[in-house]
Design a protein around this ligand. Structure first.
Ligand SMILES: Cc1cc2nc3c(=O)[nH]c(=O)nc-3n(C[C@H](O)[C@H](O)[C@H](O)COP(=O)(O)O)c2cc1C
Length: 437
């Protein structure tokens, strides 16, 4: 679909704060004064959510995985996100709360039940990032020797979402009458769903009355054709990965077209690429902040990891020299996606080896903006007005610092330019995403 430059000045940016450990830079936890000791403390996340709420973000977002992973090299998963959201609901008022649930491991009935409960607890602020999961180690914790094939996972995810939505719809909004002299609920307004599908058999109805949003808001992050189609059919928010505006525009145009093909309104589904920012009072200061974060990377390990990505021994590469020439993608036989990202970074940024390691350690193929608050706002405005994004999934490299700087220094610039809200207009997550809804 051709992407028109947007001239609609009433259209506003949207931001999610993607909260992950001590920050998205893999060495964030190694820094002096890092928050590595606070990652099991609910107060840490409550404070971060309050900062994002001060910045009028649509939501905080938590990813999730089901295997412990390489914990020697950093904290991976800490508190389970659904549980954490219940605590955050009590310490925030307006901001949306998005957790990740895997359709490959969970069941639709308890998922619909937990999300409806959280939607009640939070006053209608819950979102669900539906994923199909990525690693066999996760599957081995759910009685499977390996993950089912990609196509099968997506087929199950589609049935999973369909069942969850029908469960949320299984009570009419006025089914509960709570009449002390009569009945509590009107059973004529509650229906079983009698689902008998390939992956799930669910009688229904749900055992939680309708929550403020009815259906909690669905997010998705599909990159493959199947993932994009699933997002186009069901999601109200999409997390994208785009290295630069050209790739963002390709993704945006393709997915908005798929949304239209699925019979939905493209403007009602927000596309939010990931964004890593390093902010300083001058570009030099911002670059120095980025270099400082990179300086905490363990060199040997990072070179070994790079060697695995590009399938070449780089253990003797000089850190402060330019990355040696890499073989073209056509002759590379390993995993193609990450290699293409590395080629793109090397071509566009001509980084030193140390800079490349840092780029890969913070956000990888996601957009990275380094500069003053005005320069970051310029970049955001460019993507927003030229068909690359409806908003961003902010991935602060260092927490809480990078989030605080964005909220206190970049948000006011965007507000002055009329690109971002100056107060919450609604109180549910869906109202934040679509103020006129
Ligand atoms: C911002 C973002 C967050 C994601 N969070 C998770 C997550 O928490 N758990 C997970 O298993 N996958 C997660 N993914 C992976 C996606 O769900 C998806 O599998 C990936 O983008 C590859 O696309 P595909 O599944 O269409 O091949 C995330 C992806 C992005 C871009």
């Amino acid at each position: 679909m051709a992407v028109k430059d947007h001239e609609d000045r009433s259209r506003k940016l949207h931001f999610n704060a993607f909260i992950h450990g001590s920050g998205h830079h893999t060495a964030a936890w190694r820094q002096a004064g890092s928050t590595a000791g606070e990652l099991l403390d609910v107060a840490y996340y409550q404070q971060l959510a309050q900062v994002a709420e001060r910045g009028l973000f649509d939501a905080v977002f938590f990813a999730d995985g089901h295997a412990a992973g390489d914990v020697e090299n950093g904290p991976l998963w800490n508190l389970e996100p659904l549980t954490l959201l219940a605590a955050l609901a009590g310490s925030t008022e307006k901001i949306g709360l998005i957790c990740t649930i895997s359709a490959s491991f969970y069941q639709p009935f308890p998922t619909a039940r937990m999300l409806a409960s959280l939607d009640h607890i939070s006053g209608g602020r819950v979102g669900w990032n539906v994923v199909t999961s990525m690693f066999d180690a996760e599957a081995r914790n759910y009685g499977m020797p390996a993950l089912p094939a990609h196509q099968q996972r997506y087929e199950r995810a589609e049935e999973f979402i369909d069942v969850a939505q029908r469960l949320w719809d299984s009570w009419d909004v006025d089914a509960v009458v709570a009449d002390p002299r009569g009945k509590y609920a009107n059973t004529g307004k509650i229906r079983p769903i009698l689902h008998d599908g390939k992956h799930f058999q669910v009688e229904g109805p749900l055992n939680v009355p309708p929550s403020p949003q009815g259906r909690p808001v669905l997010f998705q992050a599909g990159a493959s054709s199947q993932g994009r189609d699933l997002a186009a059919k069901y999601a109200e928010g999409i997390y994208a990965v785009a290295y630069d505006l050209a790739s963002a525009r390709d993704y945006y145009g393709d997915v908005k077209h798929r949304i239209l093909q699925a019979g939905r309104s493209p403007e009602n589904v927000l596309i939010m690429p990931g964004l890593v920012t390093y902010i300083g009072s001058s570009r030099k200061a911002a670059l120095a902040a980025q270099a400082e974060a990179d300086s905490y990377l363990p060199v040997e390990q990072s070179l070994a990891q790079l060697g695995r990505y590009i399938q070449r021994d780089c253990s003797d590469w000089a850190l402060d020299e330019q990355v040696p020439e890499l073989a073209p993608a056509s002759s590379f036989t390993g995993p193609a996606g990450r290699y293409a990202t590395i080629l793109r970074i090397v071509e566009a940024e001509k980084p030193t080896v140390r800079q490349l390691l840092g780029r890969l350690a913070a956000g990888g193929g996601h957009c990275t903006m380094v500069g003053t608050p005005e320069q970051i706002a310029d970049g955001i405005e460019q993507w927003f007005l030229h068909g690359g994004a409806d908003g961003f999934n902010l991935m602060p490299p260092l927490l809480p610092g990078s989030l605080e700087e964005f909220v206190d220094r970049v948000v006011p610039v965007l507000q002055r330019r009329g690109l971002f809200r100056t107060r919450y207009e609604g109180s549910t997550l869906r109202e934040h995403l679509r103020p006129a809804a």
